[in-house]
Design a protein around this ligand. Structure first.
Ligand code: PLP
Length: 414
């Protein structure tokens, strides 16, 4: 249920007014298939009595993902974080891996779990991604790989990174957790570098509830991925440094297959909401939506907004606090950057004060709700509220009630 728009500042929920949304609106896709499709897919699992260990649905999903992305192999895993760890072992990496600090913490955690040292790189202030120019000075004789991140589904500096990695004899892989259904020009993300790693978490446009997969065009690396993924007997036997249980279950694959069928429709529905947000935000100075290159496919799973206090009158945290009170669970991605989060800040103190662009973005960016639980009408209400806040910025300036704690993970949708 939603209530009337705000007329005066005392209507704001943070100041005791009634929240705009009584059912909270979440960041994260949270798409579920229709129950009947889900039920018949699950009936098959029960009928076969085949629940995991590279079952028919996992194999079907791998084939369909590879076909959809135009790659030779897609290797499904239990989740994206473990898929990153498996990828690092399959590549037999050692020493240091250069990675952006402006990413979800799992990117860096996976490296550490794989026994590697992340070397945190700053990002470009406009694209929010890592560039070859920023990576090059960080390469040392300890570097074994570069791990780019296609943040918000936008390809990072792929071609220059490919030539840098080739010239310096380094492995190159990409965290494509955000990038299912996205492209660079007319080439789908999935076929770049030695490998690309995707997440199928419930918050993603392509969801298996939990899940992930790794794509590669290299048959030898695909064999290694399949071997590392399985702690004992597997369909492949090649010598690898370490193995683990990273198998995807049939239940995950059932959801993933339905999600893959729906991905174009989900991306189109996201785009309608994204466009509605951009229309609402464009007259509001200091609240700038992240824009995508129209020549590239994107799944529009994120609604990224940069808050400029000098123009809109509020810090990002103040806006998020005001929105949370209204039931709009905007989130501060990624705050702070990985380089400032334990254990990374303690183990690698040299990066803590060294990444000004990451620190600036961490203070200014927020994500607005977008996904199955959000309608165009909801977006309009959020837009009206932000417009109301902007108009009242002089009245509210300096009001101490705007400052206080902001929950970083409301209601555990991630
Ligand atoms: C950039 C990035 N990398 C890795 C991951 C980890 O994926 P998963 O949640 O499937 O483990 C995420 C998850 O949200 C992510 O956003």
């Amino acid at each position: 249920m939603t209530l009337q728009p705000k007329r005066s500042v005392s209507d704001l929920a943070l100041f005791g007014g009634t929240p705009l949304f009584t059912e909270p609106k979440h960041v994260g896709q949270l798409y579920l298939p229709e129950w009947s499709r889900f039920e018949s897919s699950f009936q098959g699992i029960f009928d076969r009595g085949y629940f995991t260990n590279h079952g028919p649905l996992v194999r079907q999903l791998e084939e369909r993902l590879a076909g959809y992305l135009g790659v030779r192999h897609a290797v499904c895993m239990v989740n994206g974080t473990v898929a990153l760890m498996v990828a690092a072992k399959a590549l037999d990496l050692k020493g240091e891996v250069i990675v952006p600090a402006f990413t979800f913490i799992a990117t860096a955690q996976a490296l550490l779990w794989a026994g590697l040292d992340p070397v945190f790189c700053d990002v470009d202030p406009v694209t929010h991604t890592m560039t070859a120019e920023r990576v090059a000075p960080l390469i040392t004789d300890k570097t074994s790989a570069i791990l780019g991140v296609h943040l918000w589904g936008r390809p990072c500096d792929v071609l220059p990174l490919e030539s840098l990695a080739r010239d310096r004899g380094l492995a190159l892989f990409f965290d494509a957790a955000h990038a299912a259904g996205c492209s660079m020009g007319n080439r789908m993300i999935g076929g770049f570098g030695h490998m690309e790693i995707f997440s199928m978490h419930a918050t993603k446009a392509l969801s298996a509830g939990e899940g992930g997969f790794v794509t590669t065009d290299d048959d030898r690396l695909a064999d290694r991925l399949r071997t590392v993924r399985n702690f004992h007997l597997s369909e492949t036997f090649v010598k690898v440094p370490l193995r683990i249980n990273a198998k995807m279950s049939e239940a995950q694959a059932a959801l993933g297959l339905l999600g893959l069928e729906s991905l174009p429709a989900i991306s189109a529905a996201n785009k309608v909401l994204y466009d509605a947000y951009v229309r609402c935000l464009s007259p509001l100075d200091g609240l700038s939506p992240l824009l995508f290159d129209e020549h590239e496919a994107n799944n529009y799973q994120y609604m990224v907004v940069e808050v400029d206090k000098n123009l809109c009158g509020y810090t990002r945290d103040q806006v998020v606090r005001l929105l949370h009170a209204e039931g709009i669970l905007a989130r501060r991605y990624f705050t702070p950057g990985a380089h400032r989060i334990p254990p990374f800040c303690d183990r690698y103190p040299r990066f803590v004060e060294a990444l000004p662009v990451t620190d600036g973005l961490s203070e200014r960016l927020m994500q607005l709700p977008l996904g199955q639980g959000v309608s165009s009408g909801d977006v309009e209400k959020v837009g009206d509220l932000l417009s109301f806040l902007r108009e009242r910025r002089e009245i509210l300036e300096g009001d101490s009630r705007l400052d206080g704690d902001v929950l970083s993970h409301p209601r555990g949708t991630e």
